[in-house]
Design a protein around this ligand. Structure first.
Ligand code: CTP
Ligand code: MG
Length: 253
């Protein structure tokens, strides 16, 4: 029984807007990727970590990860054009004796060790694809185009000047059955291999690529299970998220 964790870190962090790739951006003096890797390595159920990173920053990733002295082997590989391609590149290097794979985002830097442990336990208990999920706090609607005449039709004589910026609500899903999906996600290794092989044609195009691994498994028609997520596993996307992460770290460590 060997568990590998793939820690995606090959994104550029366009929305964060830092000169460094997002995963190298410091939070309380340590790069985001180190925060995430440390929590994975210390959960007690991860035997090795593979980090797909931007090809032009491999040495920097190797240097910060080896300096962090995580206590489990960490390898850095060149990522791909999309998150899906980066996971596939890392998965191709995972040794054959690994039977469970966690896939986690360096951008979810403060996801606690207990969350990785919970996900691996659920996979080891026989669920072959497991994601953490948290309830959705807002009312969520489905939208479609408003159409050129939607306003005029209902209010005769008005001009649809707002039409350029408004959308029409087309669905009101029941919030109680919705979950926001986080990482780390856990998989039976053979199933994850199969899901990536089947979805490989999408990986080269960021607009077609899967945004997580569980959706590739679901596309095979295989069940995906949800375990309770953790508020600290929120994804750092914008400067505001980074500021919130700093506060979280000060409060909870
Ligand atoms: N990722 C990756 N390879 C890519 C794109 C993204 O490994 N080609 C990783 C990121 O490093 C991140 C995770 O996927 O850990 C989620 O992506 P996101 O939050 O979108 O990060 P970035 O793509 O770096 O940010 P942005 O979209 O703002 O550029
Ligand atoms: Mg991105």
């Amino acid at each position: 029984m060997t568990t590998a964790a793939i820690l995606t870190a090959a994104g550029s962090g366009t929305r964060l807007g830092h000169v460094l790739p997002k995963a190298l951006v410091p939070l309380a003096g340590e790069p985001l990727v180190v925060h995430a890797a440390r929590r994975l390595a210390s959960c007690g159920v991860v035997d090795l970590v593979v980090v797909p990173a931007p090809g032009d920053h491999l040495a920097a990733f190797e240097s910060v990860l080896s300096a962090a002295d995580l206590g489990v082997p960490v390898t850095v590989v060149t990522g791909g054009m999309s998150r899906q391609a980066s996971v596939a590149a890392a998965l191709a290097t995972v040794p054959p004796d690994v039977d469970v794979v966690l896939v986690h985002d360096a951008a979810r830097s403060l996801a606690p060790s207990s969350l990785a442990e919970r996900v691996v336990q659920a996979v080891r208990a026989g669920r072959r694809a497991v994601v953490p999920g948290v309830p959705v706090p807002d009312t969520v609607v489905e939208v479609g185009p408003e159409g050129p005449t939607a306003v005029e039709d209902r209010v005769p004589g008005t001009v649809a000047t707002a039409g350029a910026t408004a959308e029409l609500v087309t669905g009101n899903p029941d919030r109680s059955v919705l979950r926001s999906v986080q990482t780390p996600q856990g998989f039976d290794r053979a199933l994850l291999d199969r899901a990536h092989a089947a979805g490989a044609h999408r990986a080269g195009d960021e607009s077609l690529a899967a945004t997580d691994d569980a959706s590739l498994v679901a596309a095979l028609g295989e069940p995906v299970h949800v375990v309770p997520g953790d508020a600290a596993a929120v994804k750092i996307t914008t400067p505001r998220d980074l500021a919130l992460a700093r506060l979280l770290l000060e409060e909870h460590g």
